[in-house]
Design a protein around this ligand. Sequence first.
Ligand code: BES
Ligand code: ZN
Length: 629
Amino acid sequence: MRLFAALAIVLASSVALAPPAAARAGQEAAPVLTGADAVDSATFARPQEARVTHVALDLALDFEAQRVSGTATLDIQARPDAREIVLDSDGYEVESITDAQGRPLAYALGEGDERRGRPLTVRIGEARRIVIRYHVGPEAKALQWLRPEQTAGGRHPYLFSQGQAILNRTWIPTQDSPGIRQTWEARITAPEPLKVVMSGERLTPAGEPAGPGLRAYRFRMTHPVAPYLIAIAAGNLEFRAIGPRTGVWSEPETVEAAAREFDAAERMVEATERLYGPYRWGRYDMIVLPPSFPFGGMENPTLTFLTPTVVAGDRSLVGIMAHELAHSWSGNLVTNAVWPDGWLNEGFTSYIENRIMEALYGHERAAQEEALSWDEAQAALRELGADSPATALHAPEDAGGSSGIAYDKGAIFLRTIERAVGREAFDAYLRGYFDRHAFQPMTSARFLADLRAHLIRGDADLERRLRLDEWVYGTGLPDNAARSDPAAFANVDAATQAFVAGGPVAAVPYGEWNWAERVRFLQSLPRQMDRARLAALDEAFHLSDSTNSETLFAWLRLALANRYEPAVSAAERFLAGMGRAKFVVPLFRALMEQGEWGEPIARRIYARTRPSYHSVTSGAVDRLMQRGS
Ligand code: BES
Ligand code: ZN
């Protein structure tokens, strides 16, 4: 059985994959797809000529200069006649490049652009291992260096990285494309008492002496991964175990609360394994970062990165943990080869996230989160226009990419297939999909071919009912979409209607609702409301003082869109207290949309908060502000 599966992979590989060649003794390089649909327009690399198979970093962190420096040693697999390799680069400064024997190699930076950076071409000659000595300062866009005041403890500096989508080329000299999978290892030196963690196996839990006042930490990732998944954090970190292979890192001031919030981690891993097969990454740890972390979560292998805004105190937002864990299958194991196919990561993951939530917390909670996701898809379709090319799952090259499409329409698509074939059949299919394509890149076309070969199997009626190509390449939401359960929010919707019809605030049982019900309520209120009604809500339910980030966000959006002055200070506190792009960008947009009232408020707050944001967030708000003026 095993042998047969292995043979099938080899056969499939020889059709559409570049022939794998041994990268290092005993290790096969992951395949790179050769089809036109797998050509990554965001990289300068030409992997069919020469590609990186392994990255070995030896880097020192200098918190005073906010500088990373050291070497990257790259193993290269190349055509016999290849004499150069093209890497991605965006801002790091190369000091020298040599072969493994230390002989200098010529290199040059070519013309590039704002989005992608510049190609770094190295004349490798016959060399198949090169050593790049380099450094990069505070401008590296993947990295955020925090001063002690920006941390929970206030006494030690902090560093973290965010690689997805194409930011790792600002601090790691390699081919930065999700279809060019690489194994990696690292040795990172940092000043005591800081600890360093990375998205791979920790080889030196306590670090090793590395000179006066310095310790070195070593890591390795023996599975080939997309290079955006190489991640680092360093700071005054402490670890709390949750289960035998799960735990959480954070500053000592926040680690207890984090361990309590995510105490379901081990059970979540087990539940996901029952659905989709073994967890293949060894440990599943998390790190709760300082508040400027620009995302809710990031699925860095073995070490999910999380915003502290999910530590709500009542485990209400653990759906994010389910989401990042799900990426251990959809995203990290089977990975979008190109960014326009990001729905293969995020749509699959949103679907699986919901299945995990159902497995752990039951149908009702999962159905509510599914209904919120349905609303997100609808909102995206409204904003973009249902016939906009940007509403296709396989996104056009130049589309910005809306999460309501990749995440929510993507999840609805999989749910539609699930309901058509039945859960048992679909679960078995997905499990097989992850096995067949483990540690390989994926494209929309390849997924559809796999689905047809292993699930539809020539059933013409099923094929007709599913309308797969319309789902993936067409715009809007096909009308066979699996709708969310209308009962999920029946009570909330009834209360909302009564309130909107003029009913008293006291009749809204807001205090009895969970976060999803509260968000549903706040999002269903008319976008135009008068001041007295807003004030009544705010006073009755203390909305401006919400400690749940999702409800506070939903309230502030509504309040700012109505120029509700009393909410401005709460908005300012929120925007100064965290840097999660999902919250920050829409709130600044809501203010900017309020012209002479909101624009000055937005500019005043942003002048104050911008320095504390990661480049992902400040970049997005910068663009927003430029459009506004
Ligand atoms: N991988 C994403 C974050 C991401 C996407 C970073 C695209 C860069 C480019 C992560 O898994 C994610 O989806 N995070 C969400 C979590 C939510 C959907 C539960 C977030 O940050 O809000
Ligand atoms: Zn995700």
